[in-house]
Design a protein around this ligand. Structure first.
Ligand code: FES
Ligand code: FE
Length: 413
């Protein structure tokens, strides 16, 4: 197939893996993805197999299940995951699929339960996934072979990560980097102040690609751009960044991001951490640049900086000195996805006394409403049979990195 045919999306229906490999091979370096990547069901299926079900995802902050026997149900595209804290305090994640005939065993969004009783034939599962009872089964039935399907779980700095993979990607470097970044901001002693989910009529990659670049921040986010220097080309904010690092250092804190990038070759999870400055006099990511909540972790004053972390293909974290943000991207269908925003504050901060919820959430609500609009503009545009992607701008270097990473991932068996 000719590259020009692929660019225009004139691809045969009902193709196979080779067809996708041809599309990857025809990708023009330094350019965006061609239109089939945003609406082709077979590519979506490949995304799910090779990205979604292979990589780690942040599911939640563990403060959503603070007590033993607490649970919460998460919907991730077609899958449902029950997150629990068992009687011994350990955190577990398992599929909400009965091992008898597949019914959902957890029928509430959240609660406190030692066990889940399947509503169909009453098989009863402990909240760590073990099958405890199965009515009227033969004597040789082995309960130990019929526990709920468990997912791999890591809890780092309060963040709960899950992997659907049988053999999960090595997470050790990620853990070190999260301790050197989120650890300095005290995320292990944080709590969720607010969560909001945004359904998007767009392929999940359009949402993630939008998140990772700030070329659009100037035109699309006037509020964000008043306080965050990232909307300028990096060479123009070197001085601001150096002043920020000096302030962080003067607080006796070293945030170990070092603009570190680890790809996911050799069986490791991918992570990219970097820091950038807020404008002079701006303390945090708020409407007026003024503090939103009590300082977190090792911070005894504001350093006017932001630490940003991109993890795997769907998890993004932003650390300010007085609050944190988790962005979760969840593919749903080839042309819909969901983005969840989670606002973290220090666990001792009290709403009304230490923070005002409306002020805390204002900036990222406004910014995300704007993002939803531009992502959906793009989703409607890229399906045009005449769409040919243009070159990635220098300010979109993280977009370029993400596209290259994505193409590597879906090319690997
Ligand atoms: Fe759950 Fe039968 S499907 S007990
Ligand atoms: Fe944006």
């Amino acid at each position: 197939m000719l590259a020009s045919e692929l660019d225009n999306g004139h691809i045969s229906q009902g193709g196979n893996g080779d067809r996708i490999d041809h599309l990857v091979a025809a990708h023009k370096p330094g350019y965006g993805l061609t239109r089939p990547f945003y609406f082709d069901p077979e590519i979506f299926e490949r995304d799910m197999q090779r990205v979604f079900f292979r990589h780690w995802h942040c599911l939640a902050h563990e403060s959503v299940i603070p007590n033993v026997n607490d649970f919460e149900l998460f919907k991730l595209g077609p899958e449902q995951v029950i997150l629990t804290r068992a009687g011994d305090g350990t955190v577990h994640a398992m599929l909400n699929v009965c091992r008898h005939r597949g019914a959902e065993v957890c029928t509430k969004d959240r609660g406190n339960a030692k066990a889940f009783v399947c509503p169909y034939h009453a098989w009863t599962f402990a909240n760590d996934g073990r099958l405890k009872a199965a009515r009227l089964m033969p004597k040789d039935f082995k309960r130990e072979d019929h526990g709920l399907k468990k997912l791999h779980v890591r809890v780092v700095e309060g963040l709960v990560f899950i992997s659907f993979a049988e053999e999960p990607l090595d997470f050790s470097e990620v853990e070190n980097l999260l301790r050197a970044t989120c650890g300095q901001y005290g995320w292990g002693a944080a709590k969720v102040a607010y969560r909001q989910s945004y359904p998007l009529n767009a392929n999940w990659k359009l949402a993630v690609e939008n998140y990772v670049e700030c070329y659009h921040c100037g035109p699309a986010h006037p509020e964000y751009s008043e306080t965050h220097a990232l909307e300028q080309p990096l060479h123009m904010i070197e001085e601001l960044n150096a002043a920020m690092e000096a302030r962080t250092c003067a607080l006796g804190i070293e945030v170990g991001s070092g603009n570190h990038w680890q790809n996911s070759k050799e069986g490791r999870e991918a992570i990219h951490a970097f820091r950038y400055a807020l404008y002079d006099g701006v303390k945090t990511g708020s409407r007026d640049g003024q503090p939103l909540s009590t300082l977190m972790g090792r911070f005894s004053d504001f350093d006017g900086g932001v630490t940003s972390i991109h993890l795997g293909g769907t998890t993004f974290l932003v650390c300010y000195a007085d609050h944190g943000m988790i962005y979760r991207f969840i593919p749903k269908t080839v042309d819909t996805c969901e983005m969840e925003l989670i606002w973290l504050v220090d666990e001792k901060a009290e709403e009304g006394r230490d923070y005002d919820l409306e002020k805390l959430t204002w900036l990222w609500k406004v910014t995300t409403d704007e993002d939803k609009a531009i992502i959906e503009h793009a989703a409607r545009g890229v399906v045009s049979r005449f769409f040919v992607p243009g070159p990635i701008a220098p300010m979109e270097q993280n977009e370029l990195r993400y596209i290259n990473w994505y193409l590597d991932e879906i090319s690997r068996p």
